[in-house]
Structures are given as structure tokens and as C-alpha cells.
Write a protein that binds this ligand. Structure first.
Ligand code: NAG
Ligand code: NAG
Ligand code: NAG
Length: 440
């Protein structure tokens, strides 16, 4: 359930409830007697995608039915959303900001995409997303302007800080007064807010912005579709996140890494020292440690994903210990192997992230080893497009099972069971804000 730890209580309840229903319905004679999923879904020797699903996430009807509430004739002011971090984190915050602007009956100004130091580049919003298309798609959901009206055009917006607020943040209570006072404000949405309390017109604006209105710029989309063309079909897009920053951040320790990897991790550590001894074991068992390429390959094999599968690596350039995967899965493709050298060196961090995103929402299947912003965004977009072969590998199941000293066969069966259960229930494969569960 790692996947749901940050979700609003409501969706956790919903999922838990439906899980209980399905578990009762399917109630295995003895839960850990090997492979009960496959005994209920006779599949022979097929891969995980052949298992029959019970639940699927689809866009909620209140959103697809459109903007049923007319926009107010007078606005309460102008809002600029300031976004920080990686591309998908900025996108997430921007989508939130669109919902907030509608909630507060504000007009939206184009967002500021802050260029985080580690991107080392200058891809702003308009460098990544098609602005005209965005404005056109948001018509009726929220008012968006490209240019500020003359009376505020020369002003800097008043910054309302909501990013560090704790608890359940209510924008009408906390931000509307500043908007009314200053008329032009900038915000970075807070993680903890009561989206469940939004009126549906504000939620629809958020959903429309995130999943229907953001399209890559023409030139970026051309490059992305060239990349997509170059990948042999069918293919799996694999988001492997065994990178120095991630490993350092996780505070996990690994044995058997190469000196190069160790050095890269040390350099990224900062003051986050790894856990040691008993604490390290507990931490790992809670599913906190990124899967290595080697572990990933093992799980993919447990899911009967053939070793000749075409795999596109949706990952940054800093991926470590990749031989752990490529020694088993031999048809692995990367951006650097598919794009010509000139193209590749001209790409920036945000642009590379945009390419990975594009390929991943158009791949036959998508597997992530982590549940980060990109994974959530890709999973939801895939659900939007009706692509269901989406899966998050369970670090927790892996560490729990391996800590039990199981034989290889038992380990494989355990991994199969844990992941097919997730797949059957569509667990994690869309964000609950805009998607509703649909029983198959
Ligand atoms: C925003 O406008 C809607 C009508 O579209 C109205 O019901 C709501 O009270 C307004 N909210 C604010 C905060 O002005
Ligand atoms: C950022 O880019 C500049 C110029 O492209 C380069 O010289 C510099 O080393 C880069 N910095 C980092 C931290 O990658
Ligand atoms: C993966 O790790 C296991 C355990 O350390 C080892 O036995 C195996 O050879 C490794 N596989 C690859 C492909 O590196």
C-alpha cells in the first residue's frame, strides 16, 4: 500500500473498501498457498498483462461532461503559478494552480517555470508546452491570458506562500483575502489541500488542464515522435530510477556496487547519511529503497516478461549499474542510442524529461520502479488514453519477500502474486483526483 500513503483519506477508503469487496469475493482458501491469482485466472505461461483485471480507472464523467458552470463575469484578480523542481513536479503544481485559480474565480496568467539548478538550463513553460493550444483547451474552464492588463502589467505579483503550510490548506480561507487585496498574486500550490472539497467546476479545470490541455510544443513533439518511431515495436517503457540523487536521498545502502557508482552516490549524499544496522533493515523492509537494475530484471522475469522484450529506458543519463538489467534483457534502447549525437547533446533536462514522458504515454506498456511525479503523471495519462498495461514495481513486496530467505521459486511466486494483485485492482495506475474507478 506504499503507493497510497500520500493520497487523500477518501481515496484510501475507497480503494480499501473495494479491495475488501474483491478479496471477499475471491477469497482464497489459504492466502499464501502459492499462486492463488493464477488459479482464479487460468493463464498458462503468459505474462502479467494477460491476467484479467477487475478494476480500471477512467476519467470521471463530471469532468468529461465539461464546464457546466458558467464562468463569473467579474474576476477576483490574477494568479500566476510559480513552479519548481523537475518537469513533472512543475506540471503537477501547475495543474493544481489552475484548479485553485478557478476556485478563487481568478484569471490565470501563464505560469513561471523556475529552472531548478540541477536542470542547468532555461526551459520555461512556453519552451515545453504549446501555449495557444492550452489557452484554447481551457476555454470555459478558467480564463487564461497571455498578456497582463495594462494596470498590472508592470507590477510584480504579490507572493502568497502556501508551499510550506502544514495540515489541510483551504485556499478560500487563506489565499482569497490576499487576492482581493493585491489583485495580482503568485502562488506555489501546497501539497496538502482539500481538493475533495473543491466544487466540481474547479476540479474539472484542474483535470482539463492536466490531461487535455498540455501538449508539447510542435518542435518538441516532432522530436519526440521521431524518437518513438525509432523504437522497435511493441515495446515496454521502463522508468528505472537507480540514480545517484535518488539513492542518496533514500538513505539506503547497497552492497556490491561498482566503485564508480559508490563515488557518484557519495557525491550526491550531502548531509543525508545512510541508515546502518538494524534501522537499515527496517527501512528497507518498509520499501524505502530504490530497486537496482539487477533487482528490477529479477522482478520482470518473475512477471514472465520475456527477456527479448524491447525495452525503452525512460531514465536520466545518470543511471547506475545498468548491466544488471541489460545482461538479462538484451533489447534495451536509450535516447542516446536512438537520437543522433547532435540532437542528443542539444537536449536539456526538461526536454529529455518531456521526451521520456511522450514515449511513455505512447508505449505498449509502462513499468516504473518508483512512484514519483513522472510515474503518476504518465500512469494517469495512460489511463486517460485507455492504455492499461501500467504497473509499479513494489519495493516493499520485494524487500519483504527477500528478507524471508525464500527459495528462488517461492520468491518468484510471491512477486507474481503481489504484482498481479496490484494489476488486477488497477492499484496506483491513476490519480484519484480526476479518475474514477470502474468495475470491469
Ligand atoms: C466563484 O464563482 C462561482 C460561480 O461561478 C460562485 O458560485 C462562487 O461563489 C465564486 N467564488 C468565489 C470565491 O468568488
Ligand atoms: C551548466 O552548463 C554550463 C554550460 O553549458 C556548463 O559549463 C556547466 O558545467 C554546467 N553545470 C552543471 C552543474 O552541469
Ligand atoms: C544480480 O544479483 C545477484 C545477487 O547478488 C547475483 O547472483 C546475480 O548474478 C546478479 N545478476 C546480474 C545480472 O548482475
Amino acid at each position: 500500500m506504499v503507493v497510497f500513503s500520500v493520497k487523500p483519506l477518501f481515496s484510501v477508503l475507497l480503494v480499501t473498501l473495494s479491495l475488501v469487496v474483491v478479496l471477499v469475493f475471491l477469497s482464497p482458501p489459504s492466502p499464501f498457498s502459492a499462486n492463488w491469482v493464477s488459479s482464479y485466472f487460468p493463464i498458462g505461461k503468459q505474462d502479467i498483462w494477460s491476467v484479467r483485471r477487475v478494476v480500471e480507472w477512467r476519467p470521471c464523467s463530471w469532468w468529461l461532461n465539461g464546464h457546466l458552470t458558467a464562468l463569473p463575469s467579474e474576476n477576483n484578480g490574477y494568479i500566476r503559478v510559480d513552479c519548481y523542481g523537475g518537469l513533472n513536479q512543475m506540471r503537477r503544481d501547475f495543474c493544481d494552480g489552475v484548479g485553485i485559480a478557478r476556485l478563487l474565480n481568478a484569471t490565470l496568467v501563464l505560469p513561471k517555470f523556475e529552472v531548478a539548478s540541477y536542470w542547468n538550463e532555461s526551459s520555461g513553460f512556453a519552451d515545453v508546452y504549446d501555449v495557444d493550444y492550452f489557452i484554447q483547451q481551457m476555454n470555459g474552464f478558467v480564463k487564461v491570458v497571455r498578456e497582463l492588463p495594462a494596470e498590472i502589467a508592470l507590477k510584480e505579483p504579490f507572493r502568497v506562500d502556501c508551499s510550506k503550510r502544514k495540515g489541510q490548506f483551504d485556499y478560500i480561507e487563506s489565499v482569497l483575502p490576499s487576492l482581493l487585496e493585491h489583485y495580482y498574486i503568485s502562488i506555489t500550490p501546497s501539497m496538502s489541500q482539500r481538493r475533495d472539497r473543491y466544487p466540481l467546476y474547479a476540479k474539472s479545470a484542474l483535470c482539463q488542464a492536466c490531461y487535455s490541455a498540455l501538449r508539447l510544443t510542435r518542435s518538441l513533439e516532432r522530436k519526440a515522435s521521431e524518437l518513438l518511431e525509432a523504437i522497435p515495436k511493441p515495446f515496454l517503457s521502463l522508468h528505472l530510477r537507480f540514480e545517484p540523487d535518488m539513492v542518496a536521498y533514500s538513505q539506503c545502502q547497497y552492497s556490491g556496487l561498482s566503485p564508480t557508482s559508490m563515488k557518484a552516490i557519495e557525491a550526491a549524499r550531502g548531509d543525508r547519511q545512510p541508515w546502518t544496522g538494524e534501522l537499515a533493515k527496517v527501512w528497507r523492509k518498509r520499501g524505502k529503497c530504490p530497486l537496482t537494475p539487477n533487482e528490477t530484471a529479477f522482478i520482470l522475469q518473475s512477471l514472465d516478461i520475456p527477456s527479448d522484450t524491447n525495452i525503452y529506458l525512460a531514465a536520466g543519463d545518470g543511471l547506475m549499474e545498468i548491466e544488471g538489467l541489460t545482461s538479462i534483457y538484451t533489447n534495451v534502447f536509450t535516447k542516446s542510442s536512438l537520437l543522433n549525437g547532435e540532437d542528443f547533446t542539444s537536449l536539456h533536462g526538461n526536454t529529455k524529461a518531456a521526451l521520456d514522458y511522450y514515449v511513455s504515454i505512447n508505449s505498449d506498456s509502462y513499468i516504473a520502479t518508483y512512484f514519483g511525479n513522472m510515474d503518476k503523471m504518465v500512469a494517469a495519462m495512460r489511463a486517460f488514453k485507455g492504455l492499461c498495461k501500467t504497473l509499479f514495481l513494489s519495493r516493499r513486496a520485494f524487500s519483504e519477500l527477500t528478507s524471508h530467505g525464500l527459495s528462488e521459486k517461492e520468491l518468484i511466486q510471491g512477486l507474481w502474486k503481489a504484482h498481479t494483485d496490484d494489476f488486477v485492482m488497477g492499484r496506483g495506475s491513476a490519480l484519484p483526483d480526476c479518475f474514477c474507478e470502474f468495475k470491469l
